[in-house]
Each structure stands twice: as C-alpha cells, then as structure tokens.
Design a protein around this ligand. Structure first.
Ligand SMILES: Cc1ncc(COP(=O)(O)O)c(C=O)c1O
Length: 365
C-alpha cells in the first residue's frame, strides 16, 4: 500500500510554470544583471517599485501602500511584531486556522483565542460577543478557501465583521493566498473593499498563483504603516530579494501569472470535484463546505477516540494526517468536541484522494 499524504499544502508541479520562469529570469539577468546581484536600496525600502506599482494597480491602491516581503508569511510575522508589541496582547483567529499563523502570534507572547468557523465562515455572533467583552489587538482571518478548512466567508458575514472592526476599532488581517484560485462562482468582496472605516490589512502572495520558491508576498496597508513595517524589516533582513521581485513583476506585467492561473484552475477543478464527491459519499455530514476553490476540503469527524490515537490509526492505515491541534491555539488543545481534519486535494489524483478517504472512513465511527 502506498501512503496517502493529506499532510501538506504545497502546489503541484503542474501549477508552477518552471520553464517560462527560467526563460524570464534569464532575460532579466541578461538585461539587469548588476542591479539584480547588488544590495537593493535601504532606508525604509518598501520593495521593487515596479512590482509595487503592479500590485497597487491590481488592488486599486497607491504603490506606497504596498510593502513587499519574502513570502506573505514574513509579512505576517512583521505585522505581528508591529501590532503585538507590548504586554497582554490578544489575537482572535478562526478555529481552525492556519497553523503557522497561530504559532507566530504565540511566539510574540499574545493570547490567541479561536472563534469557531462554520460552512460560511467565522461565527460573527460569537465574534460580536467576544469583542464586546474585550477588543482584540488583532483579528486574523483567511476569508477565501481557508487554509485549513476550505471555507469561504459569506458576504453578509464579511460586512458584519468589517462593521465590528470599524465600530470597536481593532485591526484585521485578511490573508488571501488562495483567493484567485476560484473554480466557479463569483468572489465576495475583499474585506478591505467593504469599508474604509475599518483598518483592514490585506496579505497577498505569489506562492499559489506563480511559484512558492520565489518567496514573494506583500502586505497592503496605509502608507505610514507600510513605512513602519519597512523600518522593522530592514533591521532583520535589509530588504526582499531583488531578482525574485523582478521576476514576479515581469510575470505579472507579461501575463504569465494570468495564464498560469488558468492552467492551475483547469488542473485543480477536477481534483476538487472528485475530492468533494469522495468525502460526501464516504464521510457524509462531516464535510464542512463545498469550497469551489483553493487546495483544501475540511471535515469534522467524531473519531471515537483521542486525537493521537486517531492519527496513529490513520498512520497504520497508510494515511498521513495533521489533525485538529495544530490548527488551533495551543491553549485550546483538546478542547474541541469533534476532530477537525484538513484534506488537501491539490497534489493527489482523484483515485489517490478517494483511497485516502476510504481508509479514513474505515476508522471514523
Ligand atoms: C493561509 C496562508 N497564509 C500564508 C501562507 C504562506 O505563504 P507564502 O508562501 O507567501 O509565505 C500560506 C501557505 O500555505 C497559507 O496557506
């Protein structure tokens, strides 16, 4: 039996245009070699101006509001340092949430509290109760095809979340690396598009639309905050990598990102449909939502045992899994009623995915 790996959210090679990127890189090096291999400017440097202009155009914002980093996770780390500097900080996250994000907030010493996610996103009634109890220093959400659950936040809930952020005055980070990987239907507005009364910072990434190896991500915020983030980053790594940024800019300007997105969507759509079909057929009600995009299907199951035993049973059945704990704040470990499982479909053929679900179904009550 081969092991079915439900353990990682890495793009499949089919969704990375390696040959086109190599060509483009060679052309950039031939034309701008010396600048590409020199230190980039420092002194509150926000990133490659051409890249920031292109990102700014995409989002309809001033390039001075765009702060480029080596991958969006780095932007999140610097934002966490910015917002969580000082004692007794509180962050609300979705439960489940992106594991690395929760670990970053914890590393900065914040208290991290999760708000449950349903099929249409975070429970805004619970959020309202929580913020009236205590206003957080930050709310972190992945509103589109969430990692790990695949859930998309509905438009009415988006509006209520933004209304709460504006009226209670807490900043929101919307992390949207999967947003463009929509297979069907229309996207609800980004949180930052809903109202300028709320402080919403958008985190974007080229990892899932072009290449994760380039390590190009960005934060969109107000120009003053962008400069403050740049100041912090300079003390850590001086600046993002010039060559990667130039490649990203050319891929955006020349249409490679767009054509690769089409390729990735075509490749992923049948995998998504087959994955949803297999989960529905074999795990039924456990399915949290039909994502219609992204990389992940999420399920909540009654394991009939504790989490470690369940993961071990899965391992014996040749299924590699990351279960609930990783996707919740550490302080909440073991506090959930049902076990959450993230089922990434992007790197498994429909047959492999189904085999994995058959093996899981045999050990779920
Ligand atoms: C929700 C979320 N945020 C951020 C990242 C990290 O992206 P990047 O490669 O841009 O650092 C990922 C990667 O899987 C992710 O799923």
């Amino acid at each position: 039996m081969t092991v079915i790996r439900f353990s990682r959210g890495v793009p499949p090679p089919e969704a990375i245009p390696a040959a086109a990127l190599a060509e483009l890189t060679a052309a950039i090096v031939a034309e701008h070699g010396p600048a590409m291999f020199q230190y980039p400017p420092i002194g509150r440097h926000l990133g490659d101006p051409r890249l920031r202009t292109l990102v700014g155009q995409t989002y309809g914002v001033d390039p001075d509001a765009v702060f480029v980093t080596n991958g969006s996770l780095q932007a999140l780390d610097i934002l966490a340092a910015h917002f969580l500097d000082g004692p007794d900080k509180l962050v609300y996250v979705e439960g489940p949430t992106y594991d690395r994000a929760a670990r970053i907030f914890e590393r900065y010493g914040a208290r991290v509290v999760s708000i449950p996610v349903a099929g249409d996103g975070i429970d805004v009634d619970e959020l309202r109760r929580r913020v009236s109890d205590r206003v957080p220093d930050l709310l972190y959400t992945i509103p589109d095809f969430q990692n790990p659950s695949g859930v998309t936040l509905s438009e009415p809930k988006r509006r209520e979340l933004v209304r709460l952020a504006a009226s209670y005055g807490f900043p929101v980070v919307e992390d949207i690396p999967y947003r463009e990987l929509r297979f069907r239907g229309n996207a609800p507005p980004r949180l930052a598009e809903i109202s300028s009364d709320a402080n919403v910072i958008t985190l974007g990434s080229l990892s899932k639309v072009l290449s994760p190896g380039l390590r190009v991500g960005y934060a969109i915020t107000d120009p003053d905050t962008a400069l403050r983030l740049a100041e912090r980053s300079e003390g850590i790594y001086l600046s993002p990598v010039p060559l990667s940024q130039a490649v990203a800019a050319e891929a955006l300007a020349g249409g490679l990102v767009k054509s690769n997105l089409d390729t990735a969507r075509e490749f992923l759509r049948p995998r998504h449909d087959a994955a949803v079909g297999a989960v529905r057929a074999l795990l039924g009600e456990a399915l949290m939502s039909v994502p219609d995009g992204g990389y992940y299907v999420g399920v909540q199951v009654d394991p009939g045992t504790d989490e470690d035993t369940f993961v071990e049973k899965a391992k014996q059945a040749e299924v590699a899994l990351i279960a609930s704990s990783a996707f919740y704040p550490r302080a909440e470990m073991g506090a959930y009623e049902r076990l959450f499982l993230r089922l990434p479909f992007q790197s498994l053929s429909p047959a492999e995915f189904r085999t994995g679900i058959e093996r899981l179904a045999a050990i779920v009550r």
